[in-house]
Write a protein that binds this ligand. Structure first.
Ligand code: SF4
Ligand code: SF4
Length: 337
């Protein structure tokens, strides 16, 4: 079980004492707004229901003095009594990777050497079809990608908080060494942000695809498809790129306000997801930039269908193969072949 070691304990304490008590974190926290975690309380050493923290990072984005999200991550890991999972020791991933059978029946997409792909835990373990969608999307704009050899977890997940930053960063540096200078794209904004915390640049797919909006606009496209944009909390800083890519496919954003999917926090997630579904009601489909959001949106009973950004670009190129893996399917009449 995770008990905060001395190094992490000192780091967390230093972050807590830097709090100036402005309560901005409370105002922006989606969990707090729904009766969940109170970051201000946690920062002052009180029981702020840290187990209900979603990990969205809004508190740290608005905090003028310190980094409450990092405190929440360490406190939550300790409160939940998490430990490093066997799958991390065995595979380097906190979620065991899916076996190769997921790929059966899919068209072959030739690999290329232009970029590496770092899939991340959620894609590798829960929705590996996004690897296909990414290869297809990049191939459509003339970029060949292949999976980063020996890729591992970005080291963000809570069960890894028992390690120090130095230990977690060493895994990132080993991956960087394996890149040999080649740019490596991430499908998950959490991976992108966590790698950057260790000084390793692995751009989010929104950033990279935004370089090719001219080429995407030349694809058959998805003209007329009404879309809600939900890049995901940790992808807010890529939101402009994300929207540019979506628009280049010919899809029409409905202009919804963006929000948090709520992940799987008891007593909080249901209300947050209800808000999201209501906000996106006029769309044919919700487009996300986060694999974790994708998992949660696709699990909503009678919810709106969801596409990851890579799937939208693949769709614009005429490839809807990954629809077979979705629980909530996009109306075929809306898919341009
Ligand atoms: S926003 Fe930052 S400084 Fe203000 S109360 Fe929250 S943690 Fe403290
Ligand atoms: S990470 Fe998000 S849910 Fe957690 S305390 Fe900060 S704002 Fe609230």
């Amino acid at each position: 079980m995770i008990e905060m070691n001395e190094v992490n304990s000192k780091m967390v304490e230093a972050l807590m004492v830097s709090c100036i008590g402005c309560k901005r974190c409370e105002k922006v926290c989606p969990s707090y707004a729904h009766g969940g975690c109170d970051p201000y309380y946690v920062m002052h050493g009180w029981d702020g229901n840290v187990k209900a923290c979603i990990g969205c990072g809004k508190c740290s984005e608005s905090c003028p003095a310190t980094d409450p999200k990092t405190v929440m991550m360490h406190m939550k890991a300790e409160a939940l009594g998490l430990s490093i999972p066997d799958s991390f020791v065995k595979h380097g991933y906190v979620i065991p990777p899916k076996d190769a059978s997921w790929r059966e029946g899919l068209l072959e997409v030739p690999e290329g050497d232009d970029m590496y792909l770092m899939p991340g835990c959620i894609v590798n373990g829960k929705i590996p079809h996004l690897k296909y969608a990414a290869a297809r999307a990049f191939r459509a704009v003339g970029v060949g990608i292949r999976e980063l050899p020996g890729n591992k977890c970005c080291m963000y997940p809570l069960p890894l908080r028992g390690m120090t930053d130095v230990e977690r960063n060493s895994v990132k540096y080993r991956m960087r060494n394996g890149m040999h200078g080649r740019e490596t794209v991430t499908l998950c904004s959490g991976c992108c942000n966590e790698m950057a915390r260790g000084g390793v640049y692995t751009p989010h797919v929104s950033t990279v695809l935004a370089r090719y909006t001219g080429r995407i606009a030349e694809l058959p496209g998805v003209g007329g498809l009404k879309v809600a944009l939900e890049p995901g909390c940790s992808a807010e800083r890529f939101a402009a790129d994300f929207e540019a890519v979506v628009r280049s496919t010919g899809a029409e954003p409905i202009g919804n306000s963006r929000g948090c999917c709520g992940k799987n926090i008891e007593g909080v997630s249901e209300a947050l997801m209800k808000e999201r579904q209501a906000e996106c009601a006029d769309a044919d489909v919700i487009v996300v930039g986060c694999p974790n959001c994708m998992v949660f949106y696709d699990a909503v009973p009678n919810g709106k269908p969801v596409l990851h950004l890579t799937e939208l670009v693949a769709l614009a190129a005429g490839d809807s193969e990954t629809q077979r893996y979705h629980r909530l399917k996009l109306d075929p009449a809306r898919i341009k072949k």
